[in-house]
Design a protein around this ligand. Sequence first.
Ligand code: ZN
Length: 157
Amino acid sequence: MLDELRELYQEVILDHGKKPRNFRRPDSPTNEAAGRNPLCGDQLVIYLNLTEDGTIEDAAFVGKGCAISMASASMMTEIVKGRTVAEAKKLFENFHNMCTDDDAEGFADDDDEDIERLQVLSGVRQFPVRVKCATLPWHTLAAAIDGVEEISTEADS
Ligand code: ZN
């Protein structure tokens, strides 16, 4: 990656980390889950409003943690809004691969600009400890969808 690009990516992460989008607790979420990453101290709660046909009408979060975890949660809540639960889980799968597999092609087959923005975070794969920061919001999202109240990144590793 060019140095210029790397800097740009960091800027995006810092911006989301400092001013997280959808950082709020909705009035009456249909689903919610708490996630913890003890390695780094990241903690967050994901709130969802799911429609009966499985569309994510609203996604929000509250919590505290490092810039990577906050930026990831911020971007995730923006991106999954309006998508179906199945689409969100597919995104999680792709995102996870992108963060852990050097050979992953990311979302090359997807023209969606929103999703391409997630590539910004794939730089964490150079820093294994940071992978859990980036994927924590997604693990927690999956837990909220599945009706699991609490998860820890240490439980599934
Ligand atoms: Zn972290």
